[in-house]
Write a protein that binds this ligand. Structure first.
Ligand SMILES: NC(=O)c1ccc[n+]([C@@H]2O[C@H](COP(=O)([O-])OP(=O)(O)OC[C@H]3O[C@@H](n4cnc5c(N)ncnc54)[C@H](O)[C@@H]3O)[C@@H](O)[C@H]2O)c1
Length: 346
């Protein structure tokens, strides 16, 4: 397949790009290169004849038309987004512009391209979204594809808005879309403002390990390489108009997760005492959802996907990667806002 991947210089998008090229797909990586992007994430495929990079903004309709006409993809995998909840609390406008309006422009460009080609059945517009659109769970239960939407942060509301647009373009125009809603990803190339890299890098630097509230918030952790595999399955075999929830089957509270990371670091980079001594509880994020959990039965039964690692195995791989790739994360730590507490202005 020839895939147009938006956001392919980000965390998940770059995992999709690397895996797709490894599987023999042609890939056009369309990315605006915002603060969250890093072309080093795709350095391993940069010289591969299957790979092309196009710097463009998904809000720039003319650029989208030009790139679609030039490369003639079989599918669009749309991952470009503003993705950090704390940043969405401080500055929601960018999230609406990129996640809602950007998705609108991309849908319109994809629709025009699909119509011009005679509306091929095999074309796919794959929107990559989040389980945060479903809101927050209590101690029990899981999100299914039929769970009503109940977004609670500017980020999740903007992703819910874009999901609705994608469904409407299927119902109204017949565009062959697929959607996926995944849980929290982690793994190599995770930008150093998100929880897991913050904990690893602060631990190594001897800094406080900040835990929001009492650390009881539960997330269903999904290893990014498993997610990329699931996305490539969905774009190839997912039914038009259908959505698939993707979860790691690895629920952990934030506090348990951080303690596990500290135990791994204690083994791999021993020092006096435990890294867990650096754990510090800080003021909670406003509107912090208590628990997310995914019921992944549809993607398992219809497409045969399931996660390949437990969270303990995935965290080992992740810590090894950060220990081996210091130049990568040192450069990103210099970027605006990274390392500061964000999202407390509400
Ligand atoms: N990280 C997670 O745990 C998670 C969980 C669920 C869903 N998602 C979704 O998966 C997708 C990818 O997430 P991520 O963590 O890799 O994000 P990321 O922030 O690491 O990367 C986003 C990429 O999109 C690009 N981008 C941003 N605005 C753009 C624009 N206007 N035009 C073109 N490119 C633009 C950035 O330059 C960056 O390379 C997002 O849609 C996100 O909502 C992420």
């Amino acid at each position: 397949m020839k895939l147009l991947v938006t956001g392919g210089a980000g965390f998940i998008g770059s995992a999709v790009v690397r895996r797709a090229v490894a599987q023999g797909h042609q890939v056009v990586n369309l990315d605006a290169l915002t603060y969250a992007a890093c072309l080093d994430n795709v350095a391993s495929v940069a010289d591969n004849p299957l790979y092309v990079f196009e710097q463009a903004d998904i809000r720039d309709r003319a650029a989208l038309d030009r790139i679609l006409a030039k490369h003639q993809p079989d599918a669009v995998m749309h991952l470009a987004a503003e993705s950090h909840v704390d940043r969405s609390i401080d500055g929601p406008g960018t999230f609406i512009d990129t996640n809602v309006m950007g998705t609108f422009h991309l849908l319109e460009a994809a629709r025009a391209y699909w119509v011009a080609r005679g509306k091929p059945d095999r074309f796919r517009f794959h929107h990559i979204s989040t389980d945060e659109v479903f809101g927050s769970l209590g101690a029990t239960g899981q999100f299914t594809e039929d769970t009503p939407y109940d977004p609670r942060s500017p980020y999740s509301a903007s992703k819910a808005g874009s999901d609705h647009l994608v469904r409407a373009w299927h119902e109204t125009y017949g565009l062959p879309v697929v959607l996926t809603n995944c849980s929290n990803n982690y793994g190599p190339y995770h930008f150093p403002e998100k929880l897991i890299p913050v904990i690893v890098l602060n631990a190594l630097a001897g800094k406080a390990l900040p835990i929001y509230g009492d650390g009881s918030n539960v997330r269903d952790w999904l290893y990014v390489e498993d997610h990329a595999e699931a996305l490539l399955l969905v774009v190839a075999r997912g039914a038009p108009g259908r959505s698939y929830n993707i979860g790691g089957e690895n629920e952990r509270s934030n506090l348990d997760l951080v303690r596990t990371l500290c135990a791994i670091l204690d083994r791999k980079r021993p020092r006096d005492g435990s890294y867990a001594d650096q754990i510090t509880f800080v003021t909670d994020r406003p509107g912090h959802d208590a628990r997310y959990a995914i019921d992944p039965v549809r993607i398992r039964e219809e497409l045969g996907w399931r996660p390949s690692v437990t969270v303990e195995q995935g965290l080992e791989l992740t810590v090894d990667w950060y220990l081996a790739n210091e130049p990568w994360w040192r450069a990103l730590q210099e970027r605006h806002g990274v390392g500061q507490r964000l999202g407390v202005s509400a």
